[in-house]
Every structure is written in C-alpha cells, then in structure tokens.
Design a protein around this ligand. Structure first.
Ligand code: ADP
Length: 160
C-alpha cells in the first residue's frame, strides 16, 4: 500500500492545500494530512481547531470514498512517517521560493531516512497565489476569506 504524508502547519487549511490533497489522492492508496505541532509557536488556530477545519474541508472527498486521514504530530516529520507507515512525503510548490526551501528540507530528510521520498506537486494556477498567511491577514483585518478557504468553513468562529 502506497501511503503518503502531507505535512504542514495548515494555519488555516486553504483551497491551495485541498488542491494538493486532491492531486495526492490520485497518486497514493492512502493520504495522511499531518498538522505539525510546534509548542513554542502560538498559532492563529489551535492544533485541534486546525484538525477540525481540515476534517470539514475534506468531508466531500471522504464521502466520495477517499482514503484520507487527518492527524497532528510533534517532532520530526520523518518520524511521523515511520509511525504511520508512510514512504512518501508530499509538499506543494507554488514557485521557485517554495522549491528552494523545500529541496533543502527534502535532502535533509533523505539523509536521515533514505527509505522515504519527498514528492513536490505543482500548485494549480488558480490557487498558486493562496497562502495561509494571506488568509490570516484577511480574517484578522475583518475581511472575508471566501475563495481562499473551502466552502462552508467559517474560520472566524475559531478565533479566540
Ligand atoms: P508549512 O508551515 O509546513 O510550510 P503550510 O501549511 O504553509 O505549512 O503549507 C503546507 C504545504 O502546502 C507546503 O508544502 C506548502 O508549500 C503547500 N502549499 C501552501 N499553499 C499552497 C497553495 N496555494 N498551493 C499549493 N501548495 C500550497
């Protein structure tokens, strides 16, 4: 069984992230969306809320029978891969800036565990400008993030 992990902060999960999830589901038997938890960094949303937002954002895919799970983890992504039996790490790449940063991390992970490969999936054109940072800016300034996050998600209700 080809299992992949899609790790990230997902603070919050956006349409761009969902696009990568969709692309991944056509490549792997199972996808684990893994919310990385950094205890020293206070996020916009709590990890529990990020997981809930993702669950709600992908409920349509699950109804269609997609084999996708949402988890949170602490520590190294490469260790989370071993814990969940994943041989692949998926990352989305919007442009050269993403690629430069991601390739260094991928090489380090390869050095730590040569059995795990990182795959870069290209952001679709219609979502390539979307980032969690922009969504946070919109919401924190009282704007409406419609079109940036998945339909039916009211991100403002999670603000503490
Ligand atoms: P991190 O803090 O680990 O970079 P993010 O939640 O910002 O976590 O992103 C998780 C992954 O999703 C990263 O690989 C990132 O490049 C990718 N990503 C973010 N936004 C988009 C987008 N609009 N289209 C495609 N991939 C994206």
């Amino acid at each position: 069984m080809k299992i992949a992990i899609f790790p990230g902060s997902f603070d919050p999960f956006t349409c761009g992230h969902k696009d990568i999830v969709r692309q991944s589901l056509s490549l792997f038997d199972k996808l684990i969306i893994a919310v990385g938890y950094n205890s020293s960094k206070r996020g916009f949303l709590t990890v529990e809320d990020r997981v809930e937002v993702i669950e709600n954002s992908i409920s349509d895919l699950k109804r269609e029978g997609a084999n996708v799970e949402v988890i949170s983890y602490t520590g190294l992504t490469i260790d989370a891969c071993a814990n969940y039996g994943a041989s692949f790490i998926v990352r989305g790449v919007r442009g050269t800036a993403d690629f430069e940063m991601e390739s260094v991390i991928a090489q380090a992970n390869k050095k730590i565990n040569p059995n795990i490969s990182t795959l870069f999936l290209t952001a679709s054109l219609e979502y390539s400008y979307i980032s969690s940072t922009i969504v946070r800016d919109i919401v924190l300034n009282g704007g409406d993030p419609k079109g940036f996050i998945c339909e039916g998600i009211d991100i403002r209700k999670y603000l503490k």
